[in-house]
Design a protein. Sequence first.
Length: 424
Amino acid sequence: MMPTPYPLEEELGMRYYASDTPGIGGRLRSKPEDFIVEEIPLPFSDTDDGPYLICRLSKTNWELQRAVKEIAKRLGISHRRIAWAGTKDKNAVTTQFISIYDLAPEAVGQVHLKDISLEVVGRSQHPLTLGGLVGNRFDITIRDCTPEDLAARVQAVTEVAAAGIPNYYGLQRFGVVRPVTHIVGEKILNGDYEAAAVTYIGRAYPLETEEAQGARTHFAETRDARAALAGLPVQMTYERAMANHLVVNPGDYAGALRALPPKLLSLLVSAFQSYLFNCALSCRINEGMSLTEPEVGDRLLFQDGREDIVTTRNMRAAQLQIRRGRCRIAIFIPGSGPVVPHGRMDEIMQELMQKEGIDAGDFERASRFVEMKFDGVLRPITLSTDLQAEVSGESVRLGFTLPPGHYATTVCREYMKADPYVMI
């Protein structure tokens, strides 16, 4: 295991690489075509007569929420009638599926947007739900890599990745240019809605324009929502919606947060859960525990969703099942429900929660505020996949498939070991 030298990764809990091989460097997403994502959907019938129209959405360099709003505008419907199974990267070429409630197939022809195409593929009795997919297929090119021993370094990392690398939530889970979502989520969990809103609108980051940084900093210092509305760039629609609410309703920071789309608001809270997972996983590595050899008290997650706890009696069976790929060691990420601790990883998670001053009651309060349940969930601590790696000059092309909720950038960082900002 090699520690990261990058403060941002340290801050987000992504503190280790699985391989000790020097990174290949390089840059992701020199152009959108370098990052191709194809969603693998759950089966659905093309003969169903349900109320939800299922469409294949292909887009280049579009943020999903913005794309959905523009599609809804062209269709003359509320964007709330559109649902999806997975949120895809912006700076990429992506293909995924969306469901649209109560829409005739011929209406899709009204959508004419640059770098967006919609194709009707069927109907369903139910809308798509977040996470309701088989996985995602990736075709990624890393350019301008360090040329020395490039093929050998790629091969060495590929061998380590086959065994399993830390299954961190990637940078985009926390915000690409502004990795702030988990901080806002923590404030919501603490019930400090003013701090949450001020952080979302007013926390500036160095990759932003000077105009944006200035407007954010001024708001953080003065709470002047009218000045923020005048100074924030027009493309910052969420921040401007919040600022506009505060202009009309001074001091109503809870209402300003609710000006955000419900899914985005819920993602802020769940981002804090993601942060807890990253930190707990790094603590496991730091304490010298293996990613693939179980400890008594470890939780196991099987491919069919079944769960188990490692004991002295079933240890040998657990080791065998892990080696055969039938299950993986997992960390339980707490939510609003009670947790019965079983081993060191549960202890680590409770210590992290206590350090942050968060408990199950805070998740329950946040559930009421956001109107979304935050149950606890198991997440495997390792990411492994069949990788195809091809070296051409100073470029490396990677092909692989991941289950829902796993991050392609987590695979790429293991190869690159580069500043996270070159992976956005």
